[in-house]
Design a protein around this ligand. Structure first.
Ligand code: HEC
Ligand code: HEC
Length: 287
């Protein structure tokens, strides 16, 4: 009789231990399921991205390398999506710039779903006449937001203390940077490598601009845009702070406000060298 009680007690305790262990493992197991589902979402999104978005937003969302359906290299018309200012942190700078009130997830999903009127960014959701179901929009949005991995977002963008006046930049001498006279030839190469040509076209060919204004006459026109500003100062500010002044006429009609221009050049150029902006100015407005 006593033996039975002992066996019973042990069996009971063993059952409790096994049940307890299983209960403890449950959240972990569910976590694995969730991770697997998210993985699938991002994977599906990656395929949708390659098939539909890479022509404009480029390989890896960097808007640097774009190819048409036949595999020919073309200029990227979209903005970088693999961008610190769009995906990193709870309130990325891009949301404030575009005066969006909501989360970055809403920003990305809504932009994809509804597109951007007045620009070449199409609407993708069937609700707005696009070709995708809403779960596909969510998948491709998850893929975009997944650029924000820890390693990528840990590298804060390089900044530079840009002087207010372009004249001060042209003669700047600090411990880290000494300005040299602008090199227009290098400026021409930078105009392409920074992707200015994708939106502003070729400066030697009026009408070649696809999104922003043509810059072939900016040396003269720039001096008339803002009272009291030289062309050099105007171009300088236009590159660093596109929303300070909005040009009147873009390729597809009146320019939109906020500006459709990439707003991270102040950082992108600082990341290379401020001299690049001096060379770009030499190319666009002369010495
Ligand atoms: C994604 C497209 C895009 C890219 C890339 C881009 N821009 Fe722009 N840019 C615009 C748009 C759109 C405008 C008009 C709205 C505004 O004034 O910001 C503009 C305006 C300007 C203006 C003012 C033009 C005028 O007629 O008043 C200058 C100067 C300029 N950009 C220079 C540059 C330079 C230099 C680069 C490369 C370093 C560059 N942009 C890259 C889209 C772009
Ligand atoms: C025909 C070219 C084109 C295609 C294709 C395209 N986009 Fe865009 N996209 C753009 C342009 C141009 C903008 C910038 C619009 C503006 O000026 O505000 C943009 C903006 C965006 C933005 C907002 C970026 C920001 O910083 O404001 C997101 C997100 C985006 N696109 C995602 C996508 C996704 C995802 C796809 C594929 C399903 C896609 N785009 C396909 C051209 C394109």
């Amino acid at each position: 009789m006593q033996v039975k009680v002992v066996i019973g007690t042990i069996a009971f305790m063993l059952t409790m231990i096994i049940l307890g262990y299983a209960a403890l493992r449950e959240p972990e197991r569910l976590g694995h399921f969730t991770a697997a589902r998210e993985g699938r979402t991002i994977e599906t999104g990656a395929k949708l991205y390659t098939d539909n978005c890479a022509t404009c937003h480029g390989v890896d969302g960097k808007a640097e390398e774009c190819y048409d359906a036949a595999g020919n290299s073309i200029t990227c018309q979209g903005l970088p999506l693999n961008s610190y200012f769009l995906v990193c942190g709870d309130a990325p700078a891009r949301l404030e710039q575009t005066r969006f009130e909501g989360t970055k997830q809403q920003f990305v999903e809504r932009t994809i779903a509804a597109g951007r009127s007045g620009t070449v960014m199409p609407a993708w959701s069937g609700r707005y006449g696009g070709p995708m179901r809403d779960d596909q929009v969510q998948n491709v949005a998850a893929f975009v937001l997944n650029f924000a991995n820890e390693e990528f977002c840990a590298q804060e963008p390089i900044t530079f203390d840009w002087p207010e006046s372009v004249d001060d930049l042209l003669v700047l001498e600090t411990d880290d940077f000494v300005a040299t006279p602008g090199d227009a030839e290098n400026g021409a190469a930078l105009y392409a490598s920074y992707g200015c040509n994708a939106c502003h076209g070729n400066v030697d060919e009026a009408g070649s601009n696809q999104i922003g204004p043509w810059l072939g006459e900016i040396a003269e026109v720039g001096a008339t845009r803002v009272e009291g500003q030289t062309a050099a100062q105007y171009v300088y500010e236009s590159v660093l702070y596109p929303n300070n002044h909005i040009a009147p006429d873009c390729a597809q009609g009146p320019c939109t406000n906020p500006s459709a221009m990439r707003a991270d050049y102040a950082f992108a150029i600082a990341g290379n060298t401020p001299q690049d902006l001096i060379d770009l100015l030499a190319y666009l407005v002369g010495q």
